[in-house]
Design a protein around this ligand. Structure first.
Ligand SMILES: [Zn+2]
Length: 497
């Protein structure tokens, strides 16, 4: 194993100053929920759709420059699944770059992410567990080792979520500075610890630097030149604050910023990580590596139900906030999907209880089937001991597919924007229609009318489009698809393995 730069620099009497750049790579799933294909998107020209354009400008560009070996990052599982099929070379290169750091230091620079980019504080406990377990399983499947950290979607946090991370072997996460309660100690002397009720092991929290992250994200002139960025932004951030013996600054932003939102910033990042920082004797680090040589001992308290992208906290994903004025559709959409999800879960639980007393463990472990690690029949045998007829196996699979739809119903992007009349909330309703339809096929319980009643309260403030119209169209479409020998069901299974 090579020298840990954080350790080597410990011998330096000047103390160690290190910088970590974290990129959160993610975008809303744009696949048609029935076909798995991404429709043509006019704004993405000259590319066919936004995925392909962002891939070329950002993911592929940063992979070619080797940036995934030098930065801390997480990539959403649904995005990685798309990338794996679209451009296997880039996908492989990202995995190899992460694995290089893992082999060099015994800890990798990749972080996992809760699977469907769900706002975890708004999810029920079963869903939190499923999202965390699926996120970890997906990471292990792709990167070949356990993740040390997990990125929380929108960095939305509460203690129950941290407790579940801890239960599943996650050591750290990253939060925004306004997500912790003020305390007298120097906030720059991170990382910190958060006590979790009933747990012996506290969660480690890295706090990103507000000024540096803001300048990277929102001040284009700050990142024209990597040397100037180091001299004018990073250097003062270390030496204007109370100087600790060893310091690290974490810069966090959407990963798409590097090359897509801001042209040429992939090259800025490469130069920052491969030259500009070293010229000023800054080391580059990432959270897992930093923790090898630095044991946090200061406790802080988090402010629950906060996030990095909206100062109104998780309210943005369940109602109108000042950032999305007039979005009165958000509350009934959240309320409607929660009620339908509860009904779908009740049906799932009642039906599956005939076969196993581990109905939620079954759902949590189903990710291994989706990842094609095991065959469905052999896997099901671990949970269900009694012999099953073919039609029973099919029914169980359909209800598990409904649970997959059930998870993606709460993809956070559905509530992020001001308008209802756009692809993200419509997709969440399409997933709902598919879960409702599958539930009916197996149990005979028809939630269609209930869905219509709940979703007609969801109205776009400009176009007037309402949620019941969207649901009805999507439900019809699911039904038409399925009339041909359950084509939808078969196509879905093919896509998800
Ligand atoms: Zn807001």
């Amino acid at each position: 194993m090579a020298d840990n730069p954080a350790k080597k620099a410990n011998n330096n009497t000047m103390g160690l100053n290190a910088v970590c750049v974290h990129g959160h790579f993610y975008q809303p799933p744009r696949e048609d929920p029935l076909t798995g294909q991404i429709p043509e998107e006019l704004g993405a020209q000259p590319y066919i759709n936004w995925n392909e354009r962002i891939h070329s400008e950002c993911y592929r560009a940063n992979a070619i420059l080797g940036n995934f070996e030098k930065m801390s990052f997480n990539i959403g599982p649904t995005l990685l699944r798309w990338m794996e099929s679209f451009d296997k070379d880039t996908y492989d290169s990202i995995i190899v770059q992460e694995n290089n750091t893992y082999q060099r230091f015994g800890i990798g620079n990749g972080m996992a992410q809760a699977y469907n980019h769900v706002i975890l504080p708004l999810a029920n406990k079963h869903d939190k567990i499923t999202q965390v377990k699926w996120g970890i399983a997906d990471f292990k499947h792709r990167f070949g080792h356990m993740p040390a950290g997990m990125w929380l979607p929108e960095t939305a946090v509460d203690l129950e979520t941290l407790s579940i991370l801890s239960d599943h072997g996650i050591e750290f996460t990253i939060l925004a500075p306004w997500q912790i309660k003020a305390h007298e100690n120097n906030v720059s002397n991170q990382p910190f610890l958060v006590e979790i009720p009933g747990k012996h092991k506290p969660m480690v929290i890295f706090i990103y630097d507000r000024d540096l992250s803001t300048s990277v994200s929102f001040q284009s002139e700050a990142t024209h030149n990597a040397e100037r960025f180091v001299d004018h932004r990073i250097y003062p951030s270390f030496f204007s604050a109370k100087q600790e013996a060893e310091n690290m600054r974490l810069i966090a932003s959407d990963g798409e910023l590097y090359g897509h939102h801001k042209i040429f910033r992939d090259k800025f990042l490469s130069h920052l990580l491969n030259g500009a920082l070293h010229q000023r004797n800054f080391e580059i680090t990432y959270p897992g590596l930093w923790l090898l040589e630095h044991t946090p001992d200061q406790f802080i308290e988090i402010i629950e139900n906060t996030s990095w992208s909206c100062l109104h906290g998780v309210n943005r994903w369940k109602g109108e906030c000042d950032c999305t004025p007039g979005a009165s559709w958000k509350a009934p959409l959240r309320d409607g999907l929660v009620k339908l999800a509860d009904d779908i879960d009740q049906q799932y639980q009642a039906f599956l209880s005939q076969y196993t007393d581990q109905v939620w463990e079954l759902r949590d472990d189903y990710i291994r089937v989706l990842l094609d690690e095991v065959s469905f029949n052999a896997w099901l045998g671990n949970f269900v001991k009694q012999p099953l007829r073919k039609d029973m196996v099919k029914q169980i699979r359909m209800l598990l597919t409904a649970q997959y739809e059930r998870q993606r119903m709460f993809t956070s992007c559905g509530w992020f924007f001001t308008n209802f009349d756009r692809i993200e909330p419509k997709n969440n309703i399409a997933y709902t229609a598919q879960a409702v339809w599958l539930t009916k096929q197996v149990t005979g319980v028809d939630l269609e009318q209930k869905a219509m009643d709940l979703l007609k309260k969801v109205k776009d403030q400009h176009s007037g489009l309402n949620g019941a119209e969207v649901f009805s169209k999507r439900y019809q479409r699911t039904q038409n698809y399925s009339d041909h020998n359950l084509a939808y069901f078969n196509i879905f299974n093919k896509l998800s393995t």
